[in-house]
Design a binder for this molecule. Structure first.
Ligand SMILES: [Zn+2]
Ligand SMILES: [Zn+2]
Length: 163
């Protein structure tokens, strides 16, 4: 599956140098590599591995190293600009954080056969109240202030079920 760019905006020369201010707002010193990596993440709706990001960044800046991409992604993750997931195959997957993504908050369905990752949005009332109950539980029993919850549902996607 390709990175799935949603639109053609911002491609071409200078494409990577548009997000410096936003990085600075998050306390990140905007180097060319970091801006490029963030630019790739901003322009896709997909869930990308570091290697996927590396392949995209290389199309714009062939000289960039994989280590730079790894470190930049890690920095963006630590500062809340991208989400990082481990969907069980030992490979970290990144996606633009909810606050910048048009997708907004969502959960994930992971197909164990083809590896496809689907976004699950739009909770029902009973699912929302389950999440609220869980937050109350960890608050009362563990004194833990829950800020979010990540749900990963494993199984077979509709395509793989047909086979
Ligand atoms: Zn599948
Ligand atoms: Zn997602």
């Amino acid at each position: 599956m390709g990175p799935g760019y949603g639109n053609g905006q911002g491609r071409g020369r200078g494409r990577g140098r548009r997000w410096g201010q936003q990085l600075e707002n998050h306390g990140i010193r905007p180097t060319a590599g970091r801006e490029l990596v963030f630019s790739v993440m901003r322009e896709t709706e997909a869930h990308l591995s570091a290697d996927d990001v590396f392949q995209e960044v290389r199309k714009i800046e062939p000289g960039i190293g994989l280590t730079t991409v790894y470190r930049s992604l890690e920095l963006l993750y630590q500062n809340g600009l991208v989400n990082k997931f481990d969907f069980g195959d030992g490979r970290a997957v990144f996606e633009l954080s909810d606050r910048y993504s048009e997708k907004g908050p969502h959960q994930h369905l992971i197909c164990r056969s083809c590896g496809k990752i689907l976004d699950l949005t739009g909770f029902r009332a009973e699912e929302k109240s389950f999440a609220e109950g869980m937050k109350n539980h960890v608050d009362k029993e563990y004194g833990f202030a829950a800020e979010g919850m990540a749900i990963k549902i494993y199984g077979l996607c509709s395509d793989c079920r047909k086979e």
